[in-house]
Design a protein around this ligand. Structure first.
Ligand SMILES: Nc1ncnc2c1ncn2[C@@H]1O[C@H](COP(=O)(O)OP(=O)(O)OP(=O)(O)O)[C@@H](O)[C@H]1O
Ligand SMILES: [Mg+2]
Length: 375
C-alpha cells in the first residue's frame, strides 16, 4: 500500500533508451510524473564517418564512443533498452485461425519456418498476439512475429556486457518507432498510418492500422547516400557535401533560383549552376526514397485490400533536410508530417532546446525509453 502510494508521488524512472544508429548514438531518459512524461536526459554523439565506413556491411559492435557517452555520471548503473543493430531482423504480421494459446507457439514456429532466411535453430524467435479479427463466422488472431539471427543478438549483448552496460531489453527499430507513434498520434491509430524512418544508412517503411503494426520493410538507402551523391555530382569533399545537404537540401529549384540580372544570352554564373546541380542530385536520391515508400504502400494496399492512407509521418535525420518534407508531400495525397517524438513529453526548453531542433533523429530512442522497468 505504502509502496504504491509512493510510486504515484515519486517520479518513476523508465529504462534508458539507447539507439546506436549508423551516424550517431542517441540516449533518452524519461520519467513518469503526476504531470505526465518528463524528459530527464537527452544526448546525441555523432560517430565519425571513417568509423562508419569501416562498419558498413558488418554487424555493428558497441563502438568505443559508448565509453564517452556513459562517462556521464547521471547515466551510470541505469537499466538500458537498446535497439537491435544486426542486419534486417524479420518482422511479420500473421493472421492465424483462432486457437488455444498453448497451440499457438507451434503454429507460429511452423509459419516462421517459411518466413525466415536462416535455420530456425540458429534464430531467436518472439511473437505477440496483437488483436483478433472476425470475418463472417471466421475468427482469427493477429500475431506479430519477430525473428533475428541468434549469433547477431548474442554478439550485441556480449559487446555491451564487456563494457558493463546493464541491458534489460532489446527491441527492433520498427517497434520502437511504433511506441513513439502511439504516444503522439493517438487519434490517427485506427486508420492506415504510414511512418518512415530515414536514417543515415537505411529507411524503415512501416504501416499500422487499428493500433497494430502490419507491415514493415527495410531498404538500404539513407542520408549518407545523399551525401555521397553530392560528393560525386559536385566533385566536393564529404564535409562540404554534408554541409550543402543540410543547409540547402531541396530548398532551391532545378535552375538554382532566379538568374541574376545580366546581358541577355549570357549563361548563369557558376554559383547558380552549382545550385541547380545540387538540387538535381539530391532530387534523384529523394525520388528513390519516394519510390520505395510508394511501392510499399501499393504492396500493402493490395495485400490487405486496403484503401487510402491519410497520413505519413517522417522520422530520422535525413527528413530534416530543407525542403524534403514538402517535396515528399508533393507526391502523395496523404498529409505528410515531420515527427516530433517530444510532442507529448514535458521538456525544459532551456536544457533541451537544441535537441528539439533535431527531434526526428530521436524517434527511435524515445520509443525505447518509453519502456518502464518490469520490477
Ligand atoms: N539538418 C539536416 N539536414 C539534412 N540531413 C541531416 C540533417 N541532420 C542530420 N541529417 C542526416 O541524417 C542522417 C542521420 O540521421 P539519424 O540520426 O536518424 O540516423 P542514424 O539513426 O544514425 O542512422 P540509421 O538509422 O540508418 O542507423 C545522416 O545521414 C545525416 O547527414
Ligand atoms: Mg536510426
Amino acid at each position: 500500500m505504502g509502496v504504491s502510494l509512493l510510486s504515484w508521488v515519486k517520479p518513476k524512472r523508465h529504462l534508458l533508451g539507447l539507439d546506436i544508429g549508423k551516424s550517431a548514438i542517441k540516449v533518452i531518459q524519461l520519467a513518469s510524473t503526476r504531470q505526465g512524461l518528463v524528459l530527464k536526459y537527452a544526448g546525441l554523439t555523432e560517430l565519425p564517418p571513417a568509423d562508419r565506413d569501416e562498419r558498413e556491411g558488418q554487424d555493428r559492435d558497441a563502438p568505443l564512443s559508448l565509453h564517452d557517452v556513459f562517462k556521464e555520471t547521471r547515466l551510470k548503473r541505469q537499466k538500458i533498452a537498446i535497439n537491435f543493430s544486426g542486419r534486417s531482423p524479420v518482422i511479420r504480421y500473421l493472421l492465424l485461425p483462432k486457437m488455444p494459446k498453448d497451440e499457438l507457439g507451434e503454429a507460429v514456429r511452423w509459419e516462421a519456418k517459411k518466413l525466415i532466411p536462416f535455420p530456425m535453430e540458429d534464430s531467436v524467435l518472439d511473437y505477440l498476439i496483437v488483436g483478433e479479427t472476425q470475418e463472417r463466422d471466421l475468427q482469427r488472431m493477429e500475431v506479430l512475429v519477430v525473428a533475428a539471427e541468434r549469433s547477431a543478438v548474442l554478439n550485441q549483448l556480449e559487446s555491451f556486457k564487456r563494457i558493463n552496460l546493464p541491458i534489460t531489453a532489446m527491441d527492433v527499430n520498427p517497434l520502437a518507432l511504433f511506441n513513439t507513434l502511439k504516444l503522439n498520434y493517438k487519434s490517427d491509430l485506427d486508420e492506415n498510418l504510414v511512418f518512415v524512418d530515414i536514417g543515415a544508412g537505411k529507411m524503415d517503411i512501416n504501416i499500422s492500422k487499428r493500433g497494430v503494426l502490419r507491415f514493415t520493410r527495410n531498404v538500404q538507402l539513407g542520408g549518407d547516400e545523399i551525401t555521397q551523391a553530392v560528393m560525386r555530382g559536385l566533385g566536393v569533399e564529404r564535409e562540404e557535401a554534408e554541409q550543402l545537404k543540410r543547409q540547402k537540401g531541396l530548398s532551391g529549384s532545378a535552375s538554382g533560383g532566379p538568374a541574376p540580372e545580366g546581358p541577355p544570352g549570357q549563361a548563369n554564373p557558376p554559383k547558380a549552376d552549382q545550385d541547380g546541380r545540387l538540387y538535381e542530385t539530391i532530387k534523384a536520391e529523394a525520388d528513390r526514397m519516394i519510390l520505395e515508400t510508394q511501392r510499399s504502400m501499393d504492396y500493402y494496399r493490395a495485400q490487405f485490400r486496403e484503401g487510402s492512407v491519410k497520413k505519413i509521418v517522417l522520422m530520422g535525420g535525413a527528413c530534416l533536410m530543407p525542403g524534403f518534407q514538402e517535396y515528399f508531400a508533393s507526391y502523395f495525397d496523404a498529409n505528410v508530417e515531420l515527427d516530433d517524438p517530444f510532442a507529448e513529453i514535458l521538456c525544459d526548453e532551456k536544457e533541451f532546446g537544441e535537441i528539439r531542433l533535431m527531434a526526428p533523429r530521436f524517434s527511435t530512442a524515445v520509443g525505447l525509453a518509453l519502456r518502464e522497468p518490469d520490477a
